[in-house]
Design a protein around this ligand. Structure first.
Ligand code: GLN
Length: 192
């Protein structure tokens, strides 16, 4: 297994460190040919417009779209926006996931917050209570999801913040900024 981390902008080093902690072979992806021998890919948080524009400039946009048709991809925060089919703005979107997102749904940087969320699927990787410390930084909300999309986590008000569509995952929050490896282990399960 070899997992790439899209390394155009954002928190790719933190994802890579997490994967290394789990003993996974990982590579930073900046060029289309680096996708060739990967089993899965993480698209980090950062700024989705920037990530999208850089993906176009680096000739990665179409290759990423093709890759996601058959391989596992997990987008965190800006990465989840980039995976979506609609973000209510003109920006490059891969459109791989049947989700509509609202960018910066909680307000500005100062409105960032942390909350413990119930994420029942985490029981597939650990016997711990499936409560996960979730960090939201100028995060998007997943406003609406298609019929093939499964909700993995929601806020107490019912707003969706983590979803799975087959081999594709999207989270509004940042598991790579915690010490908790469970969400990364869950992604590895999706990959295999
Ligand atoms: N606000 C960013 C965007 O809309 C996402 C923030 C993040 O990835 N932490 O692209």
């Amino acid at each position: 297994m070899k997992i790439g981390v899209l390394a155009l902008q954002g928190s790719f080093l933190e994802h890579q460190a997490m994967l290394q902690r789990l003993g996974v072979d990982t590579v930073q992806v900046r060029l289309p040919q680096q996708l060739e021998d990967l089993t899965g890919l993480i698209i980090p948080g950062g700024e989705s417009t920037t990530i999208g524009k850089l993906a176009v400039d680096f000739g990665l946009f179409e290759p990423l779209k093709q890759f996601g048709k058959e391989h596992a991809i997990w987008g965190t925060c800006a990465g989840s926006i980039f995976l979506s089919k609609d973000a209510h703005r003109e920006q490059p979107l891969l459109g791989l996931m049947d989700i509509q997102v609202e960018r910066n749904a909680f307000g500005r940087q100062v409105d960032s917050f942390e909350i413990d969320l119930e994420i029942p699927v985490l029981t597939t990787v650990s016997t711990e209570e499936p409560v996960f410390h979730s960090i939201f930084i100028r995060a998007p909300l997943i406003e609406s999801v298609g019929k093939d999309v499964e909700t993995l986590a929601a806020l107490p008000n019912g707003k969706i913040v983590a979803v799975r569509q087959g081999h594709l995952l999207a989270t509004s929050f940042h598991p790579e900024l915690t010490e908790d490896t469970r969400f990364h282990r869950y992604f590895l399960e999706v990959v295999s």
